[in-house]
Design a protein around this ligand. Structure first.
Ligand SMILES: [Fe+2]
Length: 206
């Protein structure tokens, strides 16, 4: 007996050309992210194909294999989702947001500067990611910390800003100066994209 699920392969999204012309984040850095992202897509497909073939007739022998594969799967899927947000919401002019995301940030953090300071501190403190996410249970935004692709997403929260602070994100451009990279990240945010997500997910601003 095999594990009972079906899966389809997914393909990597194309990189938007404007991502190769960001201010303060080099083409080489973006290409490094993109290569890793393509690797996560391939890994996700490979792991699911392997799981599809796992033979459950000797379950005690396969549990450790399933454990390893499913943990690795969470890392690959995290790497896909995190980078799709990252790529999608860069390529803009940064600055202060307007529209519904601005209303949400002001309501839940006080000011845009307070939100920015909190996300920057979270990014300095983390080892892989910092996210601004809307928590549907609490009905508000939080800045959550992530150490790797699969730690520590929160259930029932929707990420709206994804700040990659893995070393590959900044070392080529800033060496150990992660703070300057984070400033450059803010300078390239495309708030229109974030506002599209707020609308699409029907997040209420009041
Ligand atoms: Fe990355």
């Amino acid at each position: 007996m095999a594990l009972a699920f079906k899966f389809e392969e997914i393909t990597a999204r194309e990189l938007k050309p404007q991502l190769l012309e960001l201010d303060g984040i080099s083409r080489e850095s973006v290409e490094a992210h993109y290569k890793l992202y393509q690797g996560y897509v391939a890994k996700r497909n490979e792991i699911l194909a392997t799981l599809d073939g796992v033979d459950l007739s000797a379950p005690n022998q396969v549990y450790s294999e399933i454990r390893a594969l499913k943990i690795e799967l969470s890392f690959a899927v995290g790497g896909i989702k995190n980078h799709e947000i990252y790529f999608e919401h860069l390529g803009g002019d940064g600055g202060d947001p307007d529209g519904p995301i601005a209303a949400l940030i002001k309501r839940d953090f006080g000011t845009i500067d307070d939100w920015r300071a909190d996300l920057k501190a979270t990014g300095m403190a983390g080892r892989g990611w910092a996210w601004t996410a809307y928590d549907w249970d609490e009905g508000r935004l939080f800045n959550y910390i992530g150490d790797t692709q699969n730690t520590y997403p929160i259930w029932n929260a929707t990420p709206l800003v994804a700040l990659d602070v893995y070393e590959h994100a900044y070392f080529l451009d800033y060496q150990t100066d992660r703070a300057s990279y984070i400033d450059a990240f803010f300078d390239n945010l495309d708030w229109a994209t974030v506002n599209d997500w707020v609308s699409k997910y029907q997040i209420k601003t009041k």
